[in-house]
Design a protein around this ligand. Structure first.
Ligand code: PLP
Length: 358
């Protein structure tokens, strides 16, 4: 299958093969890794290795901790205001689409928020200019959604928020390109796009944010709990972390984040070129400078043609090209594990479909 699913999404074939090999006998212990204690030395090694690899790939030398949490990125929407907002202090949110909207709605139930910038007027066809983002000096933090999985938009560069902590939801584009982590106080991401299977959420948190003990919060909802226990406070999603570790090794083995970005640019260029060179047959849903390297959204003139496109694409082995139900149209998700060949096949299919129906 040419897997363009938005998430859970494609995993590298090499990773799946290795997991298959180790499924019933992890490193000669005669059992699966799912069957042993999360406090065993074997699992602790996987946990440590994965945390170290995330730091290595992102070039983090010191000053941050990598946490493995549960509850998805959606739980981070709540944990962030709960842990970092003081009474009366507002938090800024940049509205770029559905996911930013979910994040602010969750925060609104917890504390005061303000819209720091919004792409709503453009129908979320573009990421606001960085200069438009209002950073109030007394804000608890400013929150951005690095890649809007549904709209298909992505920040080309990140804002500078000075002494106000910048928090980024990188759920759908983490490790797709190098990131200057020092711009952020906290980065979080559900794993199920670029990191591995669902079940684990990565949170990369700057040390000073851990100073706040947040004793008023339930234990599991405090970042400090997980930092003090190396993310082993309670039983972690062992298998998800194990697969994530293999994915991280796969990224490293393929040249790290510079290589990922190069490949992702080459992959997406094939599809964006098919859109741009179609003489208007295909219409991109996002302006060129806000386009995503991970989720490519486009429309065709009529509903009937879009239905036909989906039908024929499925017959030819393409999976997951139907747009999200909130926006419709088409979406091709081109995460790290989606091979160049799949994108080439899709571009060829798009050109062929246009010639037959244009
Ligand atoms: N943020 C973004 C950008 C997403 O794409 C998603 C899921 O698709 C989420 C948050 C929610 O993630 P989860 O399902 O892990 O809660």
């Amino acid at each position: 299958a040419y897997n363009f699913n938005a998430g859970p999404a494609a995993l590298p074939l090499e990773v799946l093969r290795q997991a298959q090999e180790e499924f019933v006998d992890f490193q000669g212990i005669g059992m699966s890794i799912m069957e042993i204690s999360h406090r065993s030395k074997q699992y602790e090694q996987v946990n440590d290795e994965a945390q170290a690899l995330i730091k290595e790939l992102l070039g983090i030398k010191s000053g941050y901790e990598v946490l493995f949490l549960q509850g998805g990125a959606s739980t981070q929407f709540a944990m962030i205001p709960m842990n970092f907002q003081k009474p009366g202090q507002a938090a800024g949110y940049v509205l770029t689409g559905s996911w930013a909207d979910k994040a602010i709605k969750e925060a609104q139930g917890i504390g005061e928020t303000y819209v720091a910038a919004s792409g709503q007027a453009s129908g979320f066809r573009r990421i606001p200019d960085l200069g438009e983002i209002e950073v109030r000096p007394d804000a608890a933090y400013v929150h951005i959604t690095s890649n809007e999985t549904i709209a298909g938009s992505q920040y080309a560069a990140y804002p500078d928020t000075g002494s106000v902590p910048l928090i980024g939801d990188l759920s759908s584009d983490i490790l797709c390109r190098p990131v200057d982590v020092s711009k952020f106080a906290l980065i979080y991401a559900g794993a199920q796009k670029n990191l591995g299977p669902s079940g684990v959420t990565v949170s990369i948190i700057r040390d000073d944010l851990l100073q706040n003990e947040a004793k008023h919060l339930p234990t599991m909802l405090r970042y400090g709990t997980h930092s003090k226990s190396k993310s082993l406070y309670n039983t972690p999603p062992v298998y998800s972390v194990y697969i994530m570790n293999l994915v991280l090794k796969w990224i490293k083995g393929n040249g790290g984040l510079e290589a990922m970005e190069r490949i992702n640019r080459d992959k997406t260029k094939l599809i964006y070129d098919a859109i741009d060179g179609s003489g208007g047959f295909y219409q991109g849903l996002v302006e060129a400078d806000s386009r995503s390297l991970m989720n490519i959204t486009f429309a065709i003139g009529s509903e009937e043609l879009e239905k036909k496109f989906i039908q024929e694409s499925e017959q030819q082995g393409f999976v997951g090209l139907k747009g999200h139900r909130d926006v419709g149209h088409m979406r091709a998700s081109t995460y790290n594990a989606v091979p160049y060949e799949s994108c080439k096949a899709l571009a060829e299919f798009m050109n062929d479909f246009r010639q037959r129906n244009g």
